[in-house]
Design a protein around this ligand. Structure first.
Ligand code: PR8
Length: 469
């Protein structure tokens, strides 16, 4: 799988009924039923976490050209990626309308209307919508799409810089909770100046290492300072009667959360889904013969109900096909626990259970704490997924002290840490000499303790270098 992760990923999406990429527009795929359930569970998790201190809203898809063009830095960053609506039927529109590539320029003119006084602050809204980016790099389902179908974007405005800085930390904590729940390991780094979000003061980014060693940016948090507040005139009257500009943050996640969950946990047999987002946490497979068929099915239904009462998602695969084919299918689809039940099991009051990660048969008593025992197995499975993924991640972050070493380590599937003075010229030189990207600042160094990999100046930071998706 490591050698041809890209092919594995492409195939598993189709085989497991997640997406179908044959839709006749590049970079736009259909969410299939199994994939849609994974997507819904993922969205529910994100909402549950964001609903704690944000309100969900829904803005229109179209943005007038004049609004999009207002913030110079921002529009420059997106100008080559915007899809335009130019006609209403046969009639050319007076003003071109952009399909949102992201919604700052859609939301912030409205913030300017809504925010009047310090009592209106903070404002913390989020929406989960589709956004459109005319990506020119190689598109891949879920990973680099032109219609980002599940774009969670949070937008906050605050009275003070300190509050905005704190909000960045709160977004970071939320993202960690989301990734930790799904057992997705990450590095968190501060993007270099030349790679920050257009219009942001700075960008914090989460990256996951895929099985081929390439990194995937799975979430970003941007401290926008007052750039957009100035452009869109978002002001408030403070307690002292003075009119001030707000400070802002925004934070985004996409379908890549699902892509990384698939990528970091999958194996040669298929998906290993985190229980939190798996459409079914338990799949019951009845072993049916003519004799005793009714009893076995009745018991399967009774078990399903008991599991559901304990809050678990369960399905019974009663298709009229060989059990072997069912086992194969559910291994491919990554259901955490398979439970098999045939007439002889029923007679013996036993069932055979299998965890998707270990695939070892475990015999459990049907009427001795079965629900509890299964819940324990799901927990063990979840912990093991996370542990294995973190082990892989930790083994693939390595330190290098020369450019040749950086290249060699990345070619062998690693992400590489180097000492860097923080100077843009040196950073870009690293990219030029290696052909790989500086992800960003990973750690700060004590003054005078290390030298920069390029300039021989004192290094201020440990920077991460990687081959990226
Ligand atoms: C913002 N504004 O837009 P960001 N396909 C899949 N996922 C993608 C793609 C793509 N083509 N492009 C980006 N992403 C800010 C924050 C509102 C919210 C994912 O930020 O441009 C990446 O994981 O950094 C990225 O980190 C996230 O969307 C947010 O996009």
């Amino acid at each position: 799988m490591v050698e041809n992760f890209s092919e594995w990923f492409h195939d598993i999406l189709e085989e497991a009924n997640i997406t179908d990429s044959r839709y006749p527009i590049k970079g736009m795929a259909v969410w299939m039923p199994y994939g849609f359930q994974i997507r819904r569970n993922t969205t529910d998790l994100v909402k549950e976490i964001y609903d704690r201190d944000h309100d969900e809203v829904l803005f229109p898809l179209l943005i007038p050209e004049a609004e999009l063009a207002k913030e110079g830095l921002h529009v420059k960053g997106f100008e080559d990626e915007v899809y335009w609506v130019t006609h209403g039927g046969q009639t050319p529109l007076n003003e071109k309308l952009a399909l949102r590539p992201t919604s700052e320029t859609s939301i912030y003119p409205m913030y300017a209307l809504w925010i009047r006084s310090h009592i209106d602050l903070p404002i913390k809204y989020y929406q989960i919508v589709n956004t459109f980016r005319y990506e020119t790099k190689h598109t891949r389902p879920l990973i680099r799409v032109r219609e980002i179908t599940t774009f969670k974007e949070a937008h906050t405005a605050h009275a003070t810089k300190e509050e905005a800085d704190e909000e960045v930390e709160k977004h970071i904590a939320k993202y960690k909770e989301i990734f930790d729940t799904l057992g997705i390991p990450y590095t968190l780094s501060k993007r270099p100046e030349w790679d920050k979000f257009p219009g942001a003061d700075y960008t914090m980014a989460f990256d996951a290492i895929m099985p081929d060693g390439k990194t995937l940016q799975i979430g970003t948090i941007h401290n926008l300072g007052q750039t957009f507040a100035k452009t869109f005139d978002i002001t408030f009257e403070d307690k002292d009667g003075e009119h001030k500009l707000v400070y802002q943050t925004c934070a985004g996640l996409s379908d890549r959360v699902i892509a990384s969950a698939i990528g970091v946990h999958g194996d040669e047999k298929g998906l290993c889904l985190p229980p939190e987002i798996s459409p079914n946490q338990i799949t019951i497979i009845p072993i049916l013969f003519k004799k005793g068929k009714e009893e076995v099915l009745a018991k399967c239904n009774q078990l399903k109900k008991e599991f559901e009462d304990a809050g678990l998602r369960v399905n019974i695969d009663d298709r009229d096909i060989r059990p072997g084919k069912k086992f194969y299918d559910w291994e491919l689809k990554g259901t955490p626990i398979k439970l098999e039940l045939g007439p002889r099991d029923l007679e013996n009051n036993k069932t055979i259970v299998m965890r998707r990660d270990e695939l070892e048969k475990i015999e459990l008593d049907l009427d001795e704490n079965l629900v509890n025992n299964i819940c324990n197995l799901i927990n063990q499975y979840e912990e093991n997924l996370s542990k294995c993924a973190w082990n892989f991640h930790d083994e693939h972050v390595k330190f290098a002290s020369s450019i040749d070493e950086v290249k060699e380590l990345i070619e062998n599937g690693n992400v590489v840490a180097v000492n860097w003075c923080g100077d843009t010229d040196c950073g870009q030189k690293i990219e030029e000499l290696t052909g790989y990207s500086v992800l960003g600042i990973y750690e700060e160094l004590e003054k005078g303790s290390k030298k920069c990999i390029i300039s021989d100046e004192d290094a201020k930071y440990v920077a991460l270098i990687a081959k990226t998706y």
